[in-house]
Design a protein around this ligand. Structure first.
Ligand code: ZN
Length: 327
């Protein structure tokens, strides 16, 4: 209950801020959205830029948030106050601090029948619903604390402590199995997780991917499953050399304007110093790499823009899954 309240509060904060600034601008005008296909998209309360274009996105994130008090007055929250509130919310644990934390990565979660099909059988980034549920039940039963990106961020910065039994569950790409299969299971066991979405895909009616309205529904119904960035539309193996800074910055600003995300997972884990510079500039606070094999735990001495993650093998056994937590 405590977790939900904190998350709900930050959503209210963001909403109040946007409403008070009169920013109920629909995003249908986006250059790659299909107008008319997504009526729910009009509910997005993020500005398309016009009124605020004299400001950088970075400056926008530094604006004080506002919250309505019980008496109906609005109270401004500076970023420092907002963080103090988050520390109060997440920093109740006073025991021994975790030295490393597994950030586990899934992609798609499909029905058992789909998993048996030719299409998904050998695909190691696709896990069956019952395997996923077994793993989630195991985490719950064994007393793991599932955390948000914000909690990992505050831990990395040394502002809160986290127990050794902490885990950040992530799901990349925003595939159809997130709303259909992962979300009800996470909700059933009251677990937190983060889904990194490719922003433009939520607007484009791609059959393999989650729709905007599905994402919105989860945000309203179960904020413990949160959404963060997997780029706006840079989910391919582009050149990391010349021009990467401006390419990434442009994309990151677009994602920020549409969704306001603060955390990012690099597609395929590919990153370099120029990209990190661009994401910092665009207001991303922490970013995740991706390792297919080997030791991939997050530690506090890692570069905060290169936090390691561990892939959960879609065809792996329960024994393999549990071994991630033996350290
Ligand atoms: Zn991806």
């Amino acid at each position: 209950m405590r977790q939900i309240t904190g998350r709900a509060l930050s959503m209210i904060l963001a909403l109040t801020l946007m409403l008070s600034a009169g920013l109920a601008v629909p995003v249908m005008a986006g250059d790659d959205t299909q107008s008319g296909k997504q009526p729910d998209a009009a509910e997005i309360l993020q500005p398309e830029g016009s009124g605020q274009s004299q400001q950088s996105d970075e400056e926008k994130t530094q604006q004080p948030a506002e919250i309505k008090t019980k008496t109906g007055k609005t109270k401004a929250l500076t970023p420092a106050q907002k963080e103090a509130q988050e520390i109060k919310e997440y920093g109740k644990y006073k025991g021994k601090n975790a030295k490393k934390i597994p950030v586990i990565t899934y992609h798609n979660v499909v029905t058992d029948r789909q998993k048996r099909s030719e299409r998904y059988r050998y695909d190691s980034i696709v896990i069956s619903k019952s395997d996923f549920e077994n793993q989630m039940r195991w985490l719950k039963k064994n007393g793991y604390r599932t955390i948000s990106c914000e909690e990992l961020y505050l831990w990395h910065k040394g502002r809160i402590k986290l127990p050794k039994k902490s885990v950040l569950i992530t799901l990349d790409d925003g595939r159809f199995g997130v709303p259909k299969n992962a979300y009800p299971i996470l909700k059933k066991y009251d677990l937190k997780a983060t889904c990194f979405v490719i922003g433009s895909y939520t607007m484009n009616n791609k059959p393999e991917y989650m729709k905007y309205r599905e994402m919105k529904k989860i945000q309203n119904d179960y904020p413990n499953l949160e959404f963060q960035s997997h780029t706006w539309k840079l989910h391919y193996r582009f050149s990391l050399d010349k021009g990467v800074y401006s390419k990434v910055l442009k994309d990151a600003k677009k994602q920020k304007a549409k969704y306001g995300f603060e955390y990012l997972a690099y597609p395929y884990g590919r990153n370099n110093d120029q990209m990190i510079k661009a994401y910092k500039k665009a207001g991303i606070k922490m970013a995740f790499a991706y390792r297919q094999y080997g030791d991939g735990y997050a530690t506090r001495d890692q570069n905060i823009y290169r936090i390691k993650r561990i892939k959960v093998q879609g065809n792996g056994s329960m024994y393999q899954f549990r071994s991630i937590f033996r350290y």
